[in-house]
Design a protein around this ligand. Sequence first.
Ligand code: XIL
Length: 350
Amino acid sequence: MKFKNKSIIKLVFLLLIISMLYFIVNKNSNKSLRVLAEKQDILIGTSIASLPFLKDKEYRSVISREFNVVTIENDLKFARVHPQKETYNFLIPDLMVEYGIENNISIRGHTLVWHNQIPDWITQVQYSKDELKSILKSHIQTVVKRYKGKIYAWDVVNEAIDNDGNLRRNIWMNVIGPEYIELAFRWAHEADPNAQLYYNDYGNESINSKSDATYKLMKKLKANGVPIDGVGFQFHTSINTKHNYTEIKNNFSRFNKLGLKTEITELDVKVQNSPLSMERKLEEQAKVYSNLLEVCLKAEKCNTFITWGVTDKYTWIPMYTGNEDYPLLFTDDYKKKPSYDVIYNKLQND
Ligand code: XIL
């Protein structure tokens, strides 16, 4: 009898240990942004860059663990994907799209029409209006058709509006005229009628002359029946920027009322040029991330929140600004930063 009691106690103890282990393992496997985001139908993502994608295994595994959407950071830009008139270079985007499909990650295409990262064979030749139209149409349709049904959304036109609210005098505007914007959307839609199509820009996050001009342009495009689904707000921002979150919310809301989605597409939060200690900087950074996620979650039509990179190790900011910086959610060695934690908590408690 004594012996029997002992073995029952042992058995109960063993079961207890097993269930505790099961709980711990399960709890850990649920610890990711995408698991929480998926529960509420939210896309949480990062841009994806070719060098770490090819070289750094941890980069790929952190992305597939944490994110359910990625934007191809450079490899679908005109100069990369179509470097010569007769040559397309689909190798890297093909691999990224395959990786996305394997890991159940939605892929955003970036970007079909922009004034930067365009090849010499476009900028160094004086094409007529009709020639440039036909080049742009064929470029857009070749790229979009290749990923039809695989890339669910495109930044069709990027940064077409200047800070003063005028249309930027880029090569497309100068040669084709302002209708290049409308045409680009129509051509993309013809190539993949199911893809969501976005206008994407920076500096239009609050209410100002640029966002007013963007609003007017979107209203006109909608009135002309142009196939456009939403506006991407890049949000390359800094802890030094005084964000007016109510204004950002109101700005999103006016686009939503036009029937357009509003998405956060390229968020990073710089900490350079601040007298604060690193600890305080990271706390301030976390507040910005948290408040912007809050704006998106509360908006009528915002379900996508994308940071411009995974780890501070590969951020574009030092190259762009000439200063070191730590603008993202993970440290150089993939430790979660306070910004990660606030996003996690907000997604969990929302
Ligand atoms: C940046 C990339 O992150 C860099 O690697 C590249 O050298 C330059 O472009 N707005 C955009 C993005 O729409 O395409 C830019 O990406 C950042 C600003």
